[in-house]
Design a protein around this ligand. Structure first.
Ligand code: CP
Length: 323
């Protein structure tokens, strides 16, 4: 109960409840918020590096009054060969009531949830999913595009919005979670990239996606012309495994620079989950420019993750959550 392993089993009502709780918690006085999880224990278990996700879950937990502990693969008994299951059971024995897990293996959060019986929040599993990222991306889009502070209206507030996701789709858990979530709210998702980084059906969602609203367009200039939102992705060199890319060619075809944005989609909201490599997938001037919502994404991440922790522990209006 309270786990968030995937966006696949989140209904539009679940998403609406999470975003409504996010709004409520954001409006709350700090002292009141700090009582919600006072004395509760949350473990952050990170097998891969992270800046945004780890820090925002930690700050979110602390703002709710919870105690946190960080276990990283590089400074724990994981280095000595302890399994994920035994690490989870150890954290449970130490009193952890919820585990936030980032892991290089797709599906690891499912194993941990089953082994421990604790609520597990998937903070990114391999090339599979990054559900909290998709929720923060959604809230960023709703806030910037509809101006209603991230609330869902009839579950379809992204109706008529085209989101172009460009770059290393093949290795991207962010792309998969967004491609599953955003069409449910009415958005069309256009995936864009070269064949090496975007094979046909790279995300395993079917040619047109589970919802019929996910399409491929390899020509970035054509894709960009349709975009209300353009989300750029980093090339995940750590997962390329021998794949050779001509970076000069990639930059000329797929980099989002000022000239391309001004010519094709001057009003588009520019997003990036981070970490970004300035000068590769995105020009620094665009990342820092007026269209950029990249820092907003980080702020929404803190807010959404506060609600996810409350939901995980079944308090603050989430007492009956069973997902
Ligand atoms: N977007 C994201 O997951 O960033 P981190 O790897 O820094 O957590």
């Amino acid at each position: 109960a309270g786990s968030l392993l995937t966006v696949a089993n989140l209904s539009v009502e679940d998403v609406a409840a999470i975003l409504a709780a996010t709004d409520r918690l954001e409006r709350m006085a700090a002292a009141e918020r700090a009582r919600i999880l006072a004395g509760r224990r949350i473990a952050l278990l990170f097998y891969e590096s992270s800046t945004r996700t780890r820090t925002s879950f930690e700050l979110a937990a602390k703002s709710l009054g919870a105690m946190t502990t960080l276990v990283s693969d590089k400074s724990s008994s994981i280095e000595k060969g302890e399994s994920l299951k035994d690490t989870g059971l150890t954290l449970r024995a130490l009193g952890a009531e919820c585990i936030v897990l980032r892991h290089a293996n797709s599906g690891a959060p499912y194993l941990l949830a089953k082994a421990t019986g604790l609520p597990v929040l998937n903070a990114g599993d391999g090339m599979h999913e990054h559900p909290s990222q998709a929720l923060l991306d959604l809230r960023t889009m709703l806030a910037r595009l509809s101006g209603v502070g991230g609330r869902l209206v009839n579950g379809k507030t992204l109706d008529g919005v085209t989101v172009v996701i460009t770059g290393d789709i093949l290795h991207s858990r962010v792309a998969r979670s967004n491609a599953m979530l955003l069409p449910r709210l009415g958005a069309k998702v256009v995936l864009c990239g070269p064949k090496e980084l975007l094979p046909e059906d790279a995300l395993g969602l079917g040619v047109h996606g589970a919802s019929g609203c996910v399409v491929i367009e390899r020509d970035f200039d054509k894709a960009l012309k349709q975009a209300q939102v353009v989300m750029m992705l980093r090339i995940q060199r750590e997962r390329l495994a021998g794949l050779e890319l001509d970076l000069g060619d990639y930059i000329s075809r797929y980099q989002l620079d000022e000239e391309r944005l001004a010519a094709r989609s001057p009003e588009a909201l520019v997003m990036h989950p981070g970490p970004m490599i300035r000068g590769l997938e995105i020009a620094g001037e665009v990342a820092d420019g007026p269209n950029s919502a990249i820092e907003d994404q980080v702020r929404h991440g803190l807010a959404v993750r506060t609600a996810l922790l409350v939901r995980a522990l079944g308090v603050g209006g989430f007492e009956s959550v069973t997902v």
